[in-house]
Design a protein around this ligand. Structure first.
Ligand SMILES: CC(C)(COP(=O)(O)OP(=O)(O)OC[C@H]1O[C@@H](n2cnc3c(N)ncnc32)[C@H](O)[C@@H]1OP(=O)(O)O)[C@@H](O)C(=O)NCCC(=O)NCCS
Length: 178
């Protein structure tokens, strides 16, 4: 667990998710689904029950190449990062992550801190050597954050997302862990 002071002096805790976060994570996910069009689900589309969320947290805590981080302000979850490594031996060093921060906390560096925590976890763990992600082509904030954290464009996945009948490509990005 690490405590950070954000640029407005707010205190933010970054730690691994635990099973008792399940209800709070469902609450958080229902909020952020309606705050941007860049996630895989929109308003009212996050369908996990608390028990399903608890099982997901359990699944993440079981592997040495899986990570479920939460950012917490005033005891409320305000950001999430999940990294899922492959289960096959030949691919276990490689995986993808997803990230979100609640809108009222955007541009306070929580995204930077979450990604930096994941990179240090990978460097120290010695298992994960390649971290990838896919991001909607017009998500300029996220792309600029990823580039800032050392991720490079590796490709384009065409028509990966459809929102309100319009298709969007995903940019595929990756970062080597030395
Ligand atoms: C992407 C997201 C996680 C970033 O979280 P955050 O806590 O606001 O990130 P940070 O504050 O650490 O960094 C954001 C950076 O984007 C920059 N930025 C903001 N708006 C921007 C824009 N329109 N174009 C380019 N860069 C922009 C900020 O200047 C900041 O960089 P800086 O701190 O170096 O100045 C958050 O905006 C979010 O949850 N968005 C909705 C969900 C989403 O898009 N998730 C990613 C899906 S791939």
């Amino acid at each position: 667990m690490s405590l950070y002071k954000l640029n407005d002096s707010t205190e933010c805790i970054i730690r691994k998710a635990v099973e008792r976060d399940a209800a709070e994570l469902v609450r958080y996910s229902n909020i952020i689904g309606g705050e941007s069009d860049f996630l895989s689900y929109g308003r009212g589309e996050f369908s996990h029950t608390i028990e399903q969320e608890r099982q997901i947290i359990r699944d993440y805590s079981e592997g040495k190449n899986k990570l479920f981080l939460v950012a917490v302000i005033d005891k409320k979850i305000c950001g999430v990062l999940t990294f899922w490594g492959n289960s096959r031996k030949r691919l276990e060093h490689w995986g993808e992550f997803g990230i979100s921060v609640q809108k009222k906390y955007w541009n306070k560096k929580i995204g930077h801190i979450l990604i930096d925590t994941m990179i240090r976890w990978a460097e120290e763990g010695g298992v994960v050597k390649k971290i990838d992600l896919s991001v909607r082509e017009d998500n300029h904030t996220a792309i600029s954050l990823y580039e800032d954290m050392g991720f490079e464009v590796e490709g384009r996945i065409r028509k990966a997302m459809k929102v309100d009948g319009k298709f969007y490509d995903f940019i595929y990005m990756g970062r080597i862990i030395d």
